[in-house]
Structure formats: structure tokens, C-alpha cells
Design a protein around this ligand. Structure first.
Ligand SMILES: NC(=O)c1ccc[n+]([C@@H]2O[C@H](COP(=O)([O-])OP(=O)(O)OC[C@H]3O[C@@H](n4cnc5c(N)ncnc54)[C@H](OP(=O)(O)O)[C@@H]3O)[C@@H](O)[C@H]2O)c1
Length: 334
């Protein structure tokens, strides 16, 4: 008899990477849908940097995952039993179904995955939360426009790679920051960035200045810390910084220092705004129409890092995000 393989949070992690004993992974009875519900068999579970924040007990944009609860996660799968009028057996869907193989949903917040446009796993990546984040962060928050120099950090990842490609589609100059020569090579040769800077090469400030001879108009900030400090002095007057993520601090074991170069916010009259992708949920159909069209036109491609190992590999796979061990949108085939 099939069982539901589930990841539950059982302990709050200490600062740093999440130790595997924070999670309990076990078999549970496959749940039956009630009236107005359906059951999804997940095929791909998404691993996202935000998970490090979700397991902390603190004030944020969503409540923390409760101790004993199924770990919060997006996944993509197929409806296998339904008592919901609008969802039928065989429908491909994406939602916050949790880190488990079988989940019950009432359909709220569930996105249909059109696999004629892109394969199922892409709907938790380029056509899912990361793609929407790139789209809204760049075009709505940072208001990137033709001719801008756009810098994006964590550029080879799920969000960053799409930011650079949309920047190019919109006529901007795209400069990526990533760790290591192979990721930087791929940004230029495969994703079409104008240039890429390896922040691990030891000369970030100089290399970034050389990569941005006309300064920076838009910074899509995924990392924070020393990377933001290198970007700030290069920002052009009235530049915009979209704070999407601060991954360099997520696993810090001591409180990270504030940006040393914040004075450029004042002297260059910069606008800096944090955002959460869910803020734009009502506009998702517009973004998905654009992203889908760019796929069809072969202007946009997605790098996916799909790992095997099933649900049991969840804890160690999650930590790859904070050590640069992933290359593209990270997910688990379950
Ligand atoms: N605001 C929102 O609504 C929203 C939504 C989705 C994601 N995000 C944020 O967007 C960012 C990227 O997320 P993603 O899903 O696309 O992840 P990702 O970029 O696919 O993976 C994370 C990457 O971050 C880089 N990284 C990790 N630690 C670093 C450090 N200390 N310094 C520099 N780079 C580091 C690594 O690449 P390297 O090998 O290049 O170091 C790693 O591969 C994260 O900050 C995430 O929290 C925000």
C-alpha cells in the first residue's frame, strides 16, 4: 500500500546551516480528500532559500513553520483523487503542498501547470515562484528600462538567471555576479548576459567596476553583505535597488554587519525597496503570459538542477542553496 512520505519540522535550527535532525522524515497514511478537496501526488518538491527563514521563530512575511508541522514547500504534481468541482484526476498542478509525496488541497492558491508550454518541474521554477519573482522584481520594483545597466547577484540561480535574461529582452545591459568561472561562463555563453563577475575571484570591487563602465542603474539584490557593498559605490544617480533576498546572511552565525557604503543611498539619491513575490499575485497571469511567450520565442531558457534521492534527501539538498552547491533551480524528484 502506498504511504505518504513526509518531512516534518521537529526542532528549530541553531544559526548556520539547518542540521538534518531538525526534520523528521516518516511514512504516514495517504490522506483522503474531503468534500471540496483533492489529493495531489507530488513529483517535484521545490527547494528555496526562503526555507531557512521559514523554520526560524520570528517576525516575517509569513508565520514560521510550526514544530511538528509538514515543512512548507512548493511542489508540482498530479491530481490523483478529487472531490473538488474544478480539479480532476490527471490535472497537473503546482502549489504550497508541503514537503511530502501526497497532499490534500482545497484548490486555494493552486496554479495549473500547462505542460504543453513547459515540463512540470518548470512550473516550480521559471514559470513558478522564481520566475515571477524575477519578473516583478525587475520590471515593477526596480522599474528597469531600455538602456539601463542591470546588475544581479546569485545570477546563475533560479531567480538571477531569469532576471538577466528579462533585462536583455527589455534592452538593458545585464551583468551577473556568481561564484566561480563555470557559473560565470554559463551566464554569458548560455543565458546571454553581457558579462559576468566571479565574486570568489578575490577582486569584486575592481572587477565589478570594470564590468560596469557606465555605472549601475538597477541592482537586483539577491545576496547582500559584501556584494551589496561592492554595488553601492557604482550606483548611478537615481538608481534603483530591488532587495529580493539577502542569502549571504541566512546562515550567518553572527549578526551580519550593516552595509558600509550606505552613504551612496543618500549621495546618489537611490531608491531601495524590498519586495515579496506574493505582493503581486493578482498580476501573475500577466507575468505568466509574458514568460510563456518568451519561452515560445526562444528568448528565455531555464536552468534546472533536479536532484534524485526522493523526500529523504530534503535536508542535505536544502543546504546546497547556502553553499552554492546548486546550479539553477533546485528541486527534488519525489
Ligand atoms: N523576495 C521574494 O519574493 C523572493 C522569492 C524567491 C527568491 N528570493 C530570494 O532570491 C535569492 C535567490 O533565490 P533562488 O531561489 O534563485 O536561489 P538560487 O540563486 O538558485 O540559489 C542560491 C544561490 O545563492 C548563492 N549564494 C549562496 N550563499 C551566498 C553567499 N554567501 N554569497 C554569494 N552568493 C551566495 C549561490 O550561488 P553562487 O555559487 O553564485 O554563490 C547559490 O547557488 C535568495 O536570496 C532568495 O531568498 C526572494
Amino acid at each position: 500500500m502506498p504511504m505518504n512520505r513526509v518531512v516534518r519540522l521537529v526542532k528549530r535550527p541553531a544559526p548556520g546551516l539547518v542540521s538534518p535532525d531538525c526534520f523528521e522524515i516518516r511514512d504516514e497514511t495517504v490522506p483522503e480528500p474531503g468534500e471540496g478537496e483533492f489529493r495531489v501526488r507530488a513529483q517535484f518538491v521545490s527547494l528555496d532559500p526562503a526555507m531557512r527563514g521559514w523554520v526560524n521563530d520570528g517576525r516575517s512575511y509569513v508565520p514560521p513553520v510550526g514544530l511538528g508541522d509538514v515543512m512548507r514547500a512548493f511542489s508540482a504534481g498530479t491530481v490523483e483523487a478529487s472531490r473538488h468541482p474544478d480539479f480532476h484526476e490527471g490535472d497537473a498542478v503546482v502549489g504550497l503542498f508541503g514537503a511530502q509525496t501526497h497532499a490534500i488541497s482545497d484548490g486555494k492558491g493552486v496554479q495549473r501547470a500547462d505542460t504543453s508550454i513547459a515540463p512540470l518541474q518548470t512550473w516550480i521554477g521559471g514559470l513558478g515562484m522564481p520566475g515571477l519573482t524575477a519578473y516583478f522584481g525587475l520590471l515593477r520594483v526596480a522599474e528597469a528600462k531600455e538602456g539601463d545597466t542591470v546588475v544581479v547577484s546569485a545570477a546563475s540561480g533560479a531567480v538571477g538567471s531569469i532576471v538577466g535574461q528579462i533585462a536583455r529582452i527589455k534592452g538593458c545591459r545585464a551583468v551577473g555576479i556568481a561564484g566561480g568561472p563555470e557559473k560565470c561562463r554559463a551566464l554569458v555563453e548560455e543565458d546571454g548576459f553581457d558579462t559576468a563577475v566571479d565574486y570568489k575571484a578575490g577582486n569584486l570591487a575592481g572587477d565589478l567596476a570594470a564590468a560596469c563602465p557606465n555605472g549601475i542603474d538597477v541592482d537586483f539584490e539577491n545576496v547582500g553583505g559584501p556584494i551589496l557593498d561592492a554595488v553601492l559605490p557604482l550606483m548611478n544617480p537615481f538608481g534603483r535597488i530591488a532587495v529580493c533576498g539577502l542569502i549571504s546572511s541566512y546562515t550567518a552565525t553572527t549578526p551580519p554587519p550593516g552595509p558600509a557604503n550606505l552613504r551612496f543611498l543618500l549621495t546618489m539619491r537611490l531608491k531601495m525597496q524590498g519586495f515579496i513575490v506574493f505582493d503581486f499575485a493578482r498580476e501573475n497571469p500577466i507575468a505568466l503570459a509574458d514568460l510563456s511567450q518568451w519561452i515560445v520565442q526562444e528568448k528565455l531558457r531555464f536552468r534546472e538542477d533536479v536532484r534524485d534521492g526522493g523526500i529523504d534527501a530534503f535536508p542535505e539538498t536544502l543546504n546546497l542553496l547556502y553553499t552554492g552547491g546548486n546550479f539553477g533551480k533546485l528541486s527534488l524528484r519525489v
